[in-house]
Design a protein around this ligand. Structure first.
Ligand code: NDP
Length: 283
């Protein structure tokens, strides 16, 4: 079975569009998302374009604020301050990575946690680990929705997450743990990675290496979620961290790249923006 993030996103966005229309009828306005893009990195430009398109599709007002690579940290922090103070702005997203002369952590920490729809702010990270209310980070949230949509039982299952980044590996491990999976987190220093991944009923891979997980590293019947986004060195096309072509025959269900986790990340960002607006209007 192919778990299509593209299809699930489509239906979630349709439902969200109706919800936003209801909110507009009730409150006379819609959520507003401000996206900040520094520089011209093609990957970042494409991600930001996708986010703006999705926002417009569901009726979220949005703006993409573009700045040159040469912007100073101070100038960027001043822009965030203004957006923080603007009650009309529900979500602030700074597209990462930022140029080297800007301290990313400082910029993320400058966003008011209530508007941090990416959920990277230390307060939101703490809320996740303490099981307190707050935004869930978009990619991990999208992964759980994909598993649920495919009818995958998570409770009691062996889940292995390969990758321990702050934005994917660690938070997805936490969400799986919250759903009562038995979770192992593997990384670049893990010994005998194949032995570890072969234990997984649910295997989530977020490494950033083209087709790194081969079919023989997957337990027959496992559910495989491929987060990786890489350029195929042969064809130049997008590909995941899993050797999809061969893994498909071993796994019981698997996400494709593109069309798997990626669209879900964007859809969950839209959900978080609407959630932020709803919190504001019901305060
Ligand atoms: P990071 O580079 O921050 O983290 C990569 C992780 O993979 C690290 O924990 C690293 O281990 C681990 N790793 C690297 N090499 C190996 C190896 N040989 N064996 C085992 N583990 C290894 O990446 P991100 O988490 O930010 O992203 C991972 C991938 O997911 C990328 O391709 C990225 O583009 C994609 N992505 C996709 C999204 C989507 O919406 N589809 C959203 C976000 C990311 P260690 O900690 O030891 O260095």
């Amino acid at each position: 079975m192919i778990i299509s993030g593209k299809d699930l996103s489509k239906s979630l966005k349709e439902a969200l569009k109706c919800h936003v229309a209801e909110l507009e009828a009730k409150h006379g306005t819609t959520p507003f998302l401000a996206v900040i893009l520094v520089g011209e990195d093609p990957g970042s430009v494409s991600y930001v374009t996708g986010k703006a398109k999705a926002a417009t599709e569901v009726g979220i007002r949005n703006t993409t604020m573009r700045y040159p690579e040469t912007i100073t940290e101070e100038e960027l922090l001043a822009i965030i301050d203004k957006l923080n103070a603007d009650d009309d702005v529900d979500g602030i997203l700074v597209q990462l990575p930022l140029p080297k002369h800007i301290d990313e952590q400082k910029v993320i920490a400058a966003i008011r946690p209530e508007k941090d729809v990416d959920s990277f702010h230390p307060v939101n990270v703490a809320n996740l680990w303490l099981k307190l209310p707050g935004f869930k980070p978009c990619t991990p949230k999208g992964i759980i929705k994909l598993l649920d949509s495919a009818g995958v039982e998570i409770e009691g299952k062996e889940a292995v997450v390969v990758g321990r980044s702050n934005i994917v590996g660690l938070p997805v491990a936490k969400l799986l743990l919250d759903r009562n999976a038995t979770v192992t987190v593997a990384h670049s220093r893990t010994k005998n990675l194949g032995e570890v991944t072969r234990r997984a009923d649910i295997l989530v891979v977020a490494i950033g290496r083209e087709r790194f997980i081969s079919a023989d590293m997957i337990k027959p019947g496992a559910v495989v979620i491929d987060v990786g986004v890489n350029r195929d060195s042969r064809t130049g096309k997008l590909c995941g961290d899993v050797d999809f072509e061969h893994a498909e025959a071993v796994a019981s269900a698997i996400t494709p790249v593109p069309g798997g986790v990626g669209p879900m990340t964007i859809t969950c960002l839209m959900e978080n923006t609407v959630e932020s607006f709803e919190r504001k209007v019901t305060k």
